[in-house]
Design a protein around this ligand. Structure first.
Ligand code: 4AD
Ligand code: MG
Length: 431
């Protein structure tokens, strides 16, 4: 008799017979011995079938298994220091569930376009599995931290009548006889929720019809958006640095194997601890000018600026108080200097750019109304948002953490598209 288990748990069954269900990842053969590399989603294990032990029939069944055939294998678990997971399986029986024919992704190198076209299959390799596992752990760390600190999760709508960020990036769609947009950010709805529940957060997709084809941009990305009543700029930054430190620590503690699979420099990650360095926008402009960048006060930063600024530090960097003119309409001006707003972007080290955008929000009715006029935003679609400043308005702040950028940085991967299972990019909607 054998126990059905998973590769991740075979260590509990050393010396015993187990049955594993999975897929053939790779195979080597030396005529009388076959080495089957089997994966089951929880890990990879080498299963060794010796012809003289298993007999002709089982050996032939092993022989018939092609790459990515699904199978059920029974065998004895054997501890082996040389094996990647510490164990091997001595095959007793093999049953093919379905034989795979001409699996398109071979063990040769493939170009990224080919791999993206086969993303539904590409997910099966160790590297992609590691990325998805880390993504899930990042999401768990997000929930642990926020749920544990008095936040309530609230889910804002995906279909909206108005924009929250740059109107040029709206993803338009038809809502019966009205025009609607896919959400760019749930922030405004989260502000309403914060006035009901105090501290809230959302976690879901955001859509930006940005025509940018950089390694930092997706058309559909996930954003975590905490929003907090009675929290002002300074406290907002403190929460962000604790939040990000917690996420990184959680991944270090729970994803050692996955980080190893990705070849991530663990040392760099272990230095990520609050407090994070800070620079004002003014200081950042000075620094850039001193380092020969052609940039003036009032300009927004591009990727090269962000990378250069962040590379001075071994942990994320806050840049605070950007010019009012280049930031969103809802940001609270600095009371001492209304030409800048009480906002901050968090830039990840190692060239990953902005992972968080956040700010204190305008809570004064008249000022917000004035901003709607300046930004030529239709007041009727935003009437409910103004209402929040009419009925018990309080200072409040929040931020949006870009999930894929955070994952790309933690995992040390080149391009953000591998940080989500099915990326939506400028030229790709399939699969
Ligand atoms: O800075 P953003 O645009 O801020 C907002 O949307 C605010 N309403 C958030 C808030 O205060 N509640 O976006 C926040 C973060 C960025 O720092 C970045 O990490 C990520 O979302 N992001 C993107 N990630 C991938 N692809 C894109 N096209 C992204 N645009 C923004
Ligand atoms: Mg931003």
């Amino acid at each position: 008799m054998s126990t059905k288990t998973t590769i991740a748990r075979v260590g509990d069954f050393a010396g015993q017979a187990v049955t594993l269900e999975g897929w053939l990842y790779n195979k080597r053969s030396s005529g009388k011995i076959q080495f089957l590399q089997v994966r089951d989603g929880t890990g990879f294990i080498q299963c060794v079938a010796v012809k003289s032990e298993v007999g002709e029939e089982v050996f032939a069944a092993c022989d018939a298994l092609s790459q990515e055939s699904s199978l059920r294998v029974t065998g004895l678990v054997r501890a082996d220091d040389r094996a990647p997971g510490g164990y091997e399986l001595t095959v007793q029986h093999v049953e093919a569930i379905q034989i795979s024919h001409e699996y398109p992704i071979t063990h040769k190198e493939h170009g990224v376009d080919f791999l993206m076209e086969h993303r539904h299959l590409w997910l099966r390799v160790p590297r992609q599995r590691a990325l998805l596992r880390i993504r899930a752990e990042v999401e768990r760390a997000v929930a642990d931290f926020l749920d544990g600190n008095g936040f309530t999760r609230v889910d804002p709508p995906a279909l909206t009548p108005s924009s929250c960020e740059d109107t040029t990036e709206l993803f338009q769609t038809q809502y019966f006889d009205q025009e609607a947009y896919l959400t760019q950010s749930g922030q405004m709805y989260m502000e309403a929720a914060a006035m009901a529940l105090g501290k809230v957060y959302s976690a879901g997709p955001a859509f930006r019809a940005e025509k940018s084809k950089t390694r930092r941009h997706l058309i559909e990305f996930w954003m975590i958006e905490p929003e907090m009543a009675f929290v002002e700029h300074e406290e907002n930054l403190k929460i962000q640095e604790q939040f990000v430190s917690h996420i990184v620590k959680h991944v270090l503690n729970h994803c050692e194997n996955e980080l190893h699979t990705l070849g991530r420099d663990i040392q760099a990650l272990s230095r990520v601890e609050a407090p994070f360095p800070r620079m004002s926008y003014d200081e950042a402009i000075d620094w850039l000018q001193k380092h020969d960048f052609d940039i003036q006060w009032g300009d927004d930063f591009g990727s090269p600026h962000e990378t250069a600024l962040a590379n001075q530090f071994d942990r994320p960097l806050f840049i605070e108080r950007y010019p009012t003119a280049i930031k969103a309409f809802y940001m609270q001006p600095d009371p001492n200097r209304p030409e800048v707003v009480l906002c901050a972007d968090m830039l990840a080290p190692e060239g990953y750019g902005e992972i968080i955008g956040g700010s204190q929000r305008i809570h004064d009715y008249a000022l917000l109304k004035q901003r709607f006029e300046e930004h030529k935003l239709p007041e009727d679609t935003y009437a409910w948002y103004l209402d929040l400043r009419k009925y018990g308005s309080v200072p409040h702040s929040g931020f949006g953490l870009g999930l894929e950028r955070t994952i790309a940085w933690i995992c040390g991967i080149e391009h953000i598209r591998e940080a989500i299972a099915f990326p939506r990019t400028l030229y790709r909607l399939y699969p």
